[in-house]
Design a protein around this ligand. Sequence first.
Ligand code: SF4
Length: 364
Amino acid sequence: MGVMNKPIVVGKVNSFYRKLRKNGYQIGNIPRSLTFVHHNICNFRCDFCYEQNEVKYNKEHLSTEEIKKLADEADELGIWEIVFQGGELLVNVDSFIEVINTFGPERFHMVLITNGWFMTPEVAERLAAAGLDSVGVSISSLNEAEHDQSRHVKGSHKKALEALKNVKAAGMDSWAQPIFGHHNSHSPELYEFLDYLQENDYGVYFILAMPYGVWKDNYMDAEDMRIFSELRKKYKNTTFDTWDFYDPNRERLSGCWSVNRLFVTPLGDVQPCPFIDISIGNVKKQSLKEIVDYGFSIKYFGETSPVCLAAQNRKFREKYLGRSASMFDLVSGGGLFQKEDYIVSGQEDAGLSGQPEGARKIQT
Ligand code: SF4
């Protein structure tokens, strides 16, 4: 179908752009996208995945009615992009297509994040016909042995490269999601991969290395930031959350997307971003508007941050993140944030009353 053939999406993107321009190209409080984790079932056991011990939650997912309500509410808020993520949603292609239909592909830019294993030419064509627009494949380099080893699946690198090709052949946007950070900013392997992606006309959606676990204390320094800005200029096929993608000079920052891009878990909990393990509400109990209003009342999310809060803001990370290892056991924003963390006083009560069931409060 393609986004340009979706007039409702074009209208919403234009409205988003007008708001962005009016706001001095700062993302501010403008809702943009929603990442929807339908379930966490997966055929891989990747070393870096925090979901691998969570098989007991495999049966958790929102009902069709709950998904429909969420989609309608997202549409009303002007959200124009839905990013589908698992687990691996292509373990059951029919069920994924049903989810696409429930959201209504005509009203959103539809994106899938996948490990690529099941993305045959036939599956890619079915997905494109169902209204999927773009696919991000989880692949970080051309190093086949390392890729296969970290996924514990032989042949996974080959399939990921094939997936990029099959997606593009089916007429969808096809991109890879390499990780950038202090650990690889000077790595020739990264540049070899970026060259490959550019030559083959694939997109690049950067994920910043989160400074925890093996990368603890691995914050990007000024030199890494300089290199990241240079990459942005050299490789025109790249994008990252804080970059203003309307800037032809590829210099302007529109700011961190926390709450502008919501993350909804199979239990219905809502995080400000996939990398911020804090719940700001639950779609089974609250409207998406209430959740978004509450999220933006927290100053870290409501005020524009020029850097990625999760990867680059050491103070924020050390004070608020890393308390949960799972999207099924989130810390509640209502219990975590204190009066001084809110832009409008009184909003902390909304967070407390809107806590997801089972969300634990941290001990302070
Ligand atoms: S915290 Fe980082 S990854 Fe999350 S929305 Fe902000 S820029 Fe994106």
